[in-house]
Design a protein around this ligand. Sequence first.
Ligand code: GLC
Length: 747
Amino acid sequence: MQVQTILSLFPLTLVLGCAITPYSGGNDTSTQVEKLLSQMTLQEKIGQMTQLDFAMIAATTHINPNNPVDQAKLEDALLNHHVGSILNAPYTPYSKAQTRQTWQAIIKTLQATTAKSRLKIPVLYGIDAIHGATYTQNATLFPQAINMAATFNPALSNQEGAITAKELRASGLHWNFSPMLDIGRQPLWSRLWESYGEDVHLASVLGTAFIQGHQGDNFAAPDKALTCLKHYVGYSMPNNGKDRTPAWLSERMLREYFLPTFAAGINAGAPTIMVNSGEVDGIPGHANHHYLTDILRDELGFKGFTVSDWADIKNLYRRDKLAASEKEAVKMAVMAGIDMSMVPFDYSFYDLLIALVQEGEVPIARIDEAVRRILTVKYQAGLFAAQPAMTAPSAQADAEALAINRQAAHESIVLAKNATHLLPLKKSARIFVTGPTANLLSALNGGWTITWQGDDESAYPAEKQTVLEAIQQQATGPVTYVDSTTLAANNGLQQAAATAAKHDVIILCLGEKPYTETIGNISSLNLDPAQYQLAKAMISTGKPVVLVTLGGRPRIITDIAQQATAVVLGFLPGMEGGTAIADILFGAYNPDGKLPISYPRDTNDHVLYDHKPSEAFEFNRYTPLYPFGHGLSYTEFQTSGLQVAKKSILLGETLDVAVTVKNTGSLTGKETVLLYINDVAASVTRPTKQLKAFQKVSLAPGQSQRLSFTLTALDLSFIGVDLKRIVEPGEFKVMVGKESVAFWVEK
Ligand code: GLC
């Protein structure tokens, strides 16, 4: 059969109407880089490959809160060991948000000390700012990635990137370990919420938009900053659901689901990539030459530099038992393609790699290659030039950022059920509020918020509203709150139920406390029993229950959801999330979020929307509690008139598709129209449907709009039997809403 082989894995050419260009690898700075490289000693080169945690330069006694650097330790790092990168914030053992002023003092101290060094190579400071400038106090903290995905709004992701970069640079920080482009297809995984969900196209579009906003077309600009794609590759699919445990991915699975988002991020211009802390098919990410060099460099053409994840070179020895010594681990990782080591708490990498080069175990050419990449990025980030003043965003910029954050929170929340049109509530209603996530800002934000785990509630800004506080502010009738964590056993529940029964409606806030990484590992998607007992007591009142869930991943709520009158899936809507949820409950905002994941009906209900035919054949069914793309509005929408421009196209041709969407309800609202395809018969089993395009529109009651889409050969492609990306001739279907239209691809 004649097929079309697709050579480029770059799924996107335009996002938000602007062309996107891969990071070029510094053709315009190569002369400066080569000149500098030629002057460097082996020690200076390997120092550039060394990244240390802030703790290595932190004062531990007589700490000056306005500048917690220990000058002697800093000089040991920068002048004696020529260290090229620092990460994280002060407050050992884990980071904690600092004032902008403290950050500026730290950065200035680093710059002043660098100026004393022989070659004055600037330090590149890396920080996790995955939903805003996490470690800068009072930063704009957005909905987490899973929520940004639920907005299906790339413009918001772009604005999030721009605002995050601006606020990072105001703190003197140039390098953000974000976006995470691992695909979220394992609901147990403790970092699902850091992903853009289960779909490759959605994650690629939103990740690209974030990178564009964060970097602009010049990441040296005073309000732009570097991004870092993570965690390359296959990290998000641990077989048992637990973070940093083995994934078993065939190369077909890897190429179909896990590589495309990184290809999109590379195409969008990200200059750095952080590596998978786990292992795939028995090969740890940090020792995988095939992934790190054959695929990443030779196939995807990545020209920037790779950085290890936390202590993951050491882990090749102390955890994975792949290397017989730490020295061998350093050799393995550097030769596989790791350019910079996040060591992070000692000089072992520096010392061992110098020895390896001196003993001829690692060629200087490999060192030069890594250092060349690192220096090129530093030049392109403008680090060698005079640094612009670290200016705080203006009051107007802060106000605009707040408005955009509020909009993102609104658009990220999913109304999953609204029986009897209970919602929106009357503000005068007698409202009973309870549940473990009702009165916590940390439950709205999740990990990487002010601290690593995001669980220091006392450090959250007092002026931001929890769900309860927002309801109390907006309601005009009586609001009663019972802190469910104080309820003693049964009689406490009974008393709460008796109180709740005297109200018109119960707002039951369930879900998860914040977490990230292995600390968030769980062995079941079930909630803790106390939450089910509380739900049962609330439902026993016979009063209408609005279930509000918060947390980083779906938890099993089926029985509660079936008995609740309304269900609002909040996930992690960020600092404006409490207000946004109240706005939706009282109708100040008409919800429009859509699920970027399949919401499981039960703990082993692990079937995703783009499942294979056999998963919905005979007695098998895709029956999640709520499917991918599900989300209700207070109005109604209908799509109709699905049309393809041609019934058949030749291999390689594009196909125009059009469909009309209409607001058939009584309120203005936003609707995301999702366009799926199905390759009816192919040489590899094909998903029953795959998202290939989406558009979000705002329509007034009765208003309709004709939407146009263009399907490309890449959209119709898949990984063939020989692991090449191909398009095969044959029948295809394009599907929108309830409509499906066939078309053929001819030889
Ligand atoms: C962590 C995470 C990674 C983060 C890095 C630096 O272990 O895996 O996402 O960017 O360390 O904090």
